[in-house]
Design a binder for this molecule. Structure first.
Ligand code: CMP
Length: 133
């Protein structure tokens, strides 16, 4: 099935100069870049995007992290894109992410894990609307 995923490189990924590396991995895998934009996230967008986490103890830190600088947000399209991208990204806790994944190669913690990718087709559609209108 052809799927669309909303992916964003978080502020630490952008400031560390990892945008090209990450984009290159997705392009080489055969995913198509449909949209690409640098955005400074608003409070309303972040609260909407992380609605399931707003009551969690880590939310204030998460919110200030993703608002600490610009993010690079994209829509990627391809066959089974959601699952393929999640595998390329690696698990949420970067310390446990496999080598060869983006988090496994470039991050060490759960909180600062450099990239977000949609976890289902439905989340992808909601997130694309949230970021691109
Ligand atoms: P992501 O998978 O993009 O979406 C939720 C984010 O919340 C996650 O990446 C982390 O950046 C952050 N997060 C999830 N769990 C924790 C946690 N236990 N402590 C701190 N941050 C977390």
């Amino acid at each position: 099935m052809i799927e669309q995923s909303l992916v964003f490189i978080k502020p630490d990924g952008v400031s560390r100069g990892l945008v090209g590396e990450v984009l290159s991995r997705f392009e080489k895998r055969g995913l198509t870049l449909l949209k690409l934009e640098m955005q400074v996230l608003t409070e309303a967008l972040v609260d909407g995007h992380y609605a399931e986490h707003v009551a969690r103890s880590f939310y204030p830190e998460l919110k200030s992290y993703v608002m600490s600088g610009p993010v690079v947000v994209m829509v990627l399209v391809g066959e089974n894109a959601i699952g393929a991208i999640r595998k390329m990204v690696g698990v949420t806790n970067s310390a446990e992410a496999d080598a060869g994944t983006i988090r496994g190669d470039f991050a060490l913690t759960t909180a600062y894990n450099i990239i977000h990718a949609s976890d289902s087709v439905e989340s992808g559609q909601r997130e694309i609307k949230n970021f691109f209108g």
